[in-house]
Design a protein around this ligand. Structure first.
Ligand SMILES: [Zn+2]
Length: 483
């Protein structure tokens, strides 16, 4: 196996920022040393002077090659993971869907077959739609799923009749779920969405520009708070893509109460920090159809309310909810009710979030961060996702013995995001024309260089299924979390 030394970069972990060399031996990190301390005759050397060296980004909320039964994304695992590698993402945790009548094992095996061409490593969550009504059988099936390396399940409070789970189903599932698993929830009250949609339809307002109004923020807040109230003792939940500050502030309140033996974690996605509701009034509202929709910010064009909740460690993870639908599908009909929801984002996650977090060093933007904003960025893009989904410390940090998943990020260039420079298949990016600071120079996955200076060196099938270890709440809660 080959050896690589990354020299003179600023190596970033959640607890420190140091000038150091990163030694890679085969698929793992052999050590982090003082610059120049170690020389290997047979090693390839990469000079990272002036660059940051991050652990590979872990996106735990993606939908590569998604088939919902109604819509299909246009990408596959080859296209999706290539685009991820260009963005510095070295692991995704995507979803296997259990369709009605399927066992977990059938659903998992079907998905693993699709994943085979991946260039980067992947884990999977299970979308549960057909759990046995018998409590003992349900508990047994969920424990078996955990033992197959899938310690997380996902449920939806919306999307009748396909994925929707009512409160009784949610309670039944949570009771049956072992305490060392994590339940993920898409939170939008389906009745509130249906009612808002009905009222818009009565007024003839079905165009894309009304999408935001059809899924009001109160629908999300109500469902998120309900999930926390439904959690039985010693059961653990993860609320995906918190989109509005209303929801986030309500969740902060619950964290402060400190009365639960259960625990809960919150994620948001980069689009809810940097894209707002004004996009529905622009010339391409169809580029911004997603659930939950974009929201109104209180100031400027960045959601400082949500960003500050990262600073206070109320929100643990930053992800994308990546869905690569073609523009043709997005534009088929100017009707928000039938337009496929979801945005591509794997390739732009790191540049956008680096720009946002590093900007917090500037006084006029200062959001309260308990630690250095870049150390914090590594926490929410790498370490926390790895801890929550059983991948840590194999993934999520740069340390001796960890997988050699590394990103070299050059902060110097200013780059304007353009679809023509990206590697997705959909034909558009919701971030078109936005300026970001810096770019990914090198992406390494388990010791293999995938991207260097814009060129691609990945090998189809290099990516492996990484089994998630059982969920451990004590290790997942950041020691520094203030609540
Ligand atoms: Zn999603």
């Amino acid at each position: 196996m080959s050896r690589i030394i990354i020299r003179n970069g600023q190596v970033i972990s959640p607890w420190q920022k140091i000038q150091a060399d990163v030694l890679i031996d085969g698929e793992t990190i052999a050590g982090i040393t003082a610059p120049g301390a170690v020389t290997w005759d047979d090693a390839r050397e990469i000079d990272a002077t002036g660059c940051y060296v991050f652990p590979g980004v872990i996106d735990v909320h993606t939908h590569i090659q998604l088939d919902t039964g109604v819509y299909k994304t246009d990408d596959n695992w080859e296209i999706g993971t290539k685009s991820a590698a260009y963005g510095g993402v070295t692991t995704v945790v995507d979803f296997a869907t259990q369709f009605k009548g399927q066992t977990f094992e059938q659903a998992l095996n079907h998905r693993l077959e699709e994943c085979k061409p991946a260039y980067i490593d992947y884990g999977l969550h299970m979308m549960v739609t057909d759990l046995s009504r018998d409590p003992a059988k349900a508990a047994q099936d969920l424990a078996a799923l955990r033992d197959m390396g899938v310690p997380s399940i996902k449920l939806y409070t919306t999307y009748k009749p396909n994925y929707y789970a009512d409160d009784a189903t949610i309670l039944h599932t949570l009771r049956a779920m072992p305490s060392d698993m994590l339940a993920m929830f898409h939170c939008e009250n389906d009745d509130i969405v249906a009612d808002a949609t009905r009222r818009l339809v009565e007024e003839g307002k079905i165009g894309w520009r009304y999408h935001g109004e059809s899924r009001p923020a109160i629908a999300e807040k109500e469902a998120a708070v309900r999930i926390i109230n439904l959690l039985p003792p010693e059961k653990h939940a993860y609320i995906v893509h918190c989109s509005s500050q209303q929801t986030a502030f309500a969740l902060e309140h619950y964290l402060r109460l400190h009365i639960f033996s259960s625990s809960f974690y919150f994620e948001t996605c980069i689009q809810y920090l940097v894209l707002d509701v004004q996009n529905y009034e622009g010339s391409h509202p169809e580029h911004f159809i997603l659930q939950p929709p974009l929201r109104e910010f209180r100031k400027e064009r960045i959601n400082y309310d949500l960003l500050s909740l990262y600073g206070k460690r109320v929100i643990s993870v930053l992800s994308t909810d990546h869905c690569d639908y073609s523009l043709a599908k997005k534009q088929a009909k100017n009707d928000f009710r039938v337009t496929a929801g979801g945005l591509p984002g794997l390739e732009t996650l790191l540049p956008l979030s680096y720009t946002l977090f590093s900007d917090q060093y500037e006084e006029e933007h200062l959001v309260y961060f308990e630690s250095d904003p870049l150390m914090h960025l590594v926490e929410v893009l790498c370490a926390n996702p790895a801890k929550l989904f059983g991948l840590y410390p194999k993934k999520g940090i740069l340390a001796a013995g960890s997988d050699a998943d590394v990103v070299i990020y050059d902060p110097a260039p200013q780059v304007v995001i353009k679809q023509e420079n990206l590697h997705t298949i959909g034909g558009y990016t919701p971030y078109e024309g936005m300026t970001v600071q810096g770019k990914v120079r090198t992406t390494i996955s388990r010791g293999r260089i995938l991207v260097h200076e814009g060129k691609f060196f990945g090998e189809q099938g290099h990516g492996q299924f990484i089994k998630g270890a059982p969920f451990k709440p004590s290790e997942s809660r950041s020691e520094k979390r203030i609540y």
